[in-house]
Design a protein around this ligand. Sequence first.
Ligand SMILES: [Zn+2]
Length: 136
Amino acid sequence: MPSYDYRCKNCGRPTTFSYKTYKDYDAASRVCPHCGSADLTRIINRIAIARPSRDYSGMSPQEMLSVFEGGKSEEMGAMFQQVADTVPGGADPQIKEVTERLLKGDKPEKIESDLQASASAATPAASPPTSTSGSE
Ligand SMILES: [Zn+2]
């Protein structure tokens, strides 16, 4: 049986609506049982994703900065991964590499110096083949 979580924009309370079929769901009109308002918004549940205890994608820049300053590789990796998940079409390959290394426990300073070393060694003059500068 499909069920859907909604939150009332009027009183702010969550409600779960259950339907026998998807057709019923389509046809139904949803009204808040607490206050009678029809101004409900769907709550999207992200399922089957093992997520860390903190929701990094909802963090403010200051909070993110404090994670960086905390210097815990796993925390930073988890944050990178969550933020990368929100990027349409996937994150930059370099970001992915950094994320994977952070999750393995590599020190951020080590990763940063490695990236700088490979960047200055690999492309002294030639422009990278995958240049996507400009607009579409
Ligand atoms: Zn309500």
